[in-house]
Ligand binder design. Structure first.
Ligand SMILES: [Zn+2]
Length: 86
């Protein structure tokens, strides 16, 4: 291991990346990795987005269960009451 491995990034113009195609969107990319930074973020974010969707669904499930256990809402009760008194 030597400090010489820690070299500066080369200028983009010297990279043979021109003409590469982004594997995410299929469009030409001139970036170092051949993938658009935005697409790379999107790709890296996909598992997190899936997890968020699962957590959201679970949360909604719990809320619905709690709602069902609580019975009719106070709004419904007051509506029933006013209907009975009139
Ligand atoms: Zn892309």
């Amino acid at each position: 291991m030597s400090l010489q491995n820690n070299r500066k990034p080369e200028p983009l113009l010297n990279q043979p990346s021109v003409g590469r195609v982004c594997p995410v969107c299929g469009k030409k990319s001139y970036s170092l990795t051949g993938i658009h930074p935005q697409c790379a973020v999107q790709q890296a974010d996909a598992p997190r987005q899936r997890q968020l969707a699962v957590a959201k669904r679970h949360e909604r499930d719990l809320a619905e269960r709690a709602k069902a256990a609580a019975g009719p809402t106070p709004k419904k009760i007051s509506k029933l009451h006013s209907a009975a008194s009139s």
